[in-house]
Design a protein around this ligand. Structure first.
Ligand code: SF4
Length: 412
């Protein structure tokens, strides 16, 4: 595999969106931080301490900041804070206002426009929360919110009501109460740690929390949801991996949206997690001008497999307040799925879901492959649009005689 430095001689990353270019693994490089010692640059705490968090820093590091971005950054601290790690910032192409990395983390004034159907809690989490920081919406599993902090903030974040505390939500998880609730509910067999980003906790705090959860006999399965591997791959230290591997079965769902996020640094970090025996899945949010293109999405999903990550979900972007400028349509999502299934490795094809607005849970949506169900057959089409029949009676039993000749229905 190729590995190049993303920064060119001029200090700007390339903007090419050709497929071979998207599939190439590159380093994020050092950009403005070329004088920083390796030991600092590779230290996750240094990265956190030197995050870009103000409009003045943005102006300094990104001279092409647009008026729309300037205004958005000025207002960010009233909605969802601005924070970008130096590492991730280096992936931004300053020459491209529509750079898919830039769109995800640099605020825009459009975030302050809220439609009447948009919500601050589109998944209805607060109404399914028996104790602070715990969401119990599905019968056998819970969402355990660990922190309201992230390494960087995604402008479309479903939990922007609480992460970064910009709106004064004042999130205070109470681990004792959260753990006591799980211990008292034997139907809970699966705990997903999320936030905010659980991997922002120190190794010691995370180990303590995982130990307490693992000690509950009916908890079969632990999961962590984290954007850290893509925002801050330096955090995935050998020590962290050695600690996590004590708690198997432990799965980790990463979050990445565009093939350029999958750098040599991210690939190495994911390799360390995979070597620790941690099964890795990826969650992608379908975003306008970021990944609402079948070729870009396919390159991303294939590149994930090269990083030992199984693409798990593509999420329709939730109706979070102020996200209309980033939301791609369901029609676009379906058209992308149509170009994935059958056209690439099945392992690369995630489930496309809409989190039903208001708290209905994840609903899978897919192009239609069953064209009709008749008295003696099910009529299906394949990824090429060719029609086939599967003979069976309407009640699902095997046929006792051959079905009548098929009359090909029109493709939908
Ligand atoms: S990392 Fe996750 S929780 Fe944090 S801002 Fe992004 S989407 Fe929201």
């Amino acid at each position: 595999m190729q590995a190049e430095n993303l920064s060119t001689a001029s200090g700007e990353p390339p903007s090419g969106n050709s497929l071979p270019n998207l599939k190439t693994f590159r380093s994020a490089g050092r950009g403005y931080w070329h004088d920083v010692a390796d030991a600092d640059w590779n230290d996750w705490r240094w990265q956190l301490k030197h995050r870009i968090t103000t409009v003045e820093q943005l102006q300094k590091f990104l001279p092409t900041l647009t008026p729309e971005e300037y205004a958005g950054a000025k207002l960010a601290n009233t909605k969802l804070a601005l924070a970008i790690t130096p590492y991730f910032f280096n992936l931004i192409n300053p020459a491209d206002e529509n750079c898919p990395i830039r769109l995800q983390v640099i605020p825009k004034l459009a975030e302050t426009h809220t439609a009447s159907w948009e919500m601050s809690d589109p998944c209805g989490e607060d109404s399914h929360s028996p104790v602070p920081g715990l969401v119990h919406r599905y019968p056998d599993r819970v969402l355990f919110l660990v922190t309201d902090r992230c390494a960087a903030y995604c402008r479309y974040c479903t939990r922007s009501r609480l992460v970064s505390n910009a709106t004064g939500y004042d999130f205070h998880p109470e681990f004792d109460k959260q753990i006591a609730y799980i211990a008292a509910h034997p139907e809970i067999r699966d705990v997903l740690l999320s936030g905010g980003d659980p991997l922002l906790l120190s190794d010691e705090k995370l180990e303590n929390l995982l130990s307490r959860l693992r000690a509950i006999p009916h908890v079969e399965f632990l999961r962590i949801g984290s954007r850290i591997p893509t925002f801050l791959p330096q955090r995935i230290t050998p020590e962290l991996c050695a600690m996590l591997k004590q708690f198997h079965p432990l799965f980790l769902s990463i979050h990445s949206n565009h093939p350029r996020e999958l750098t040599t640094e991210v690939r190495a970090a994911l390799g360390r997690l995979a070597d620790a025996g941690i099964p890795l899945g990826n969650q992608t949010v379908l975003l306008k001008h970021v990944n609402d293109d079948a070729d870009v999405m396919k390159a991303h999903l294939q590149k994930l497999l090269m990083c030992r990550v199984k693409p798990y979900y593509i999420y329709q972007c939730d109706l979070i307040a102020g996200s209309a400028h980033l939301r791609a349509s369901v029609r676009t999502g379906l058209a992308i799925m149509e170009k994935l299934r059958g056209h690439t490795t099945g392992y690369a094809v995630p489930t496309y879901v809409i989190d039903a607005p208001g708290g209905g849970g994840k609903v899978p949506v897919s192009p239609e492959y069953v064209l009709s169900r008749n008295a003696d057959r099910v009529v299906i089409r394949n990824f090429e649009g060719k029609i086939f029949e599967y003979p069976e009676a309407a009640d699902g039993s095997p046929l006792s005689q051959p079905p009548n000749e098929i009359v090909a229905p029109e493709l939908v």
